[in-house]
Design a binder for this molecule. Structure first.
Ligand code: SF4
Length: 167
């Protein structure tokens, strides 16, 4: 099961370049970032996120063209199923992971993937010294490897984003 925190759901324009993004905070985080900005997201809090709830959220926020999972939770199979559902209804789908890297299955599922634990001394995504990376994933099953990563991180270095949104 994947859980999200309903009251933190919001539409954002900075997290994914050139996209109007509906962002949901996922709980049961398995990360261990030093200086974690949202320790409560490591707890089993919030409500189950389902295909029906995604449909409702998208309907209530007409005009969004991307859906962002802020965190991975603790159930990758369900996370992938929900991400597949987002793509099936015509939106791009993004993942902010707090891990150093993610499995191929996640790159094959998501259109955008952010990796890297939050490390205060390197700074968040809008810091030129950040250890974090945001990739655009291009899926191409006709060649090997069957996806390509384009590093978008430098797009964040000319504008401020809310560091509290960093995973
Ligand atoms: S990924 Fe986010 S919620 Fe999880 S430990 Fe790191 S900062 Fe905290």
């Amino acid at each position: 099961m994947i859980k999200y925190v309903p009251e933190m759901t919001s539409v954002v324009i900075e997290e994914i370049p050139d996209r109007v993004t509906l962002a949901v905070d996922i709980s049961n985080c398995q990360g261990n970032c030093v200086g974690c900005h949202s320790p409560f997201l490591k707890e089993d809090v919030g409500e189950e996120l389902t295909e029906e709830i995604i449909d409702r959220l998208v309907k209530e926020n007409f005009g969004v063209n991307c859906f962002l999972f802020l965190g991975e939770g603790n159930d990758q199979r369900t996370l992938i199923r929900l991400a597949d559902h987002v793509r099936s209804i015509g939106l791009e789908v993004a993942l902010y992971s707090g891990r150093k890297d993610v499995e191929k299955d996640l790159y094959l599922t998501f259109d955008y993937v952010k990796i890297g634990p939050y490390m205060e001394h390197f700074g968040p995504l809008d810091s030129r010294t950040t250890n974090q990376r945001l990739y655009k994933v291009t899926h191409d099953t006709s060649c090997k490897p069957d996806y390509r990563l384009t590093d978008l991180t430098s797009r964040f270095w000319h504008k401020g984003i809310d560091p509290l949104r960093e995973e």
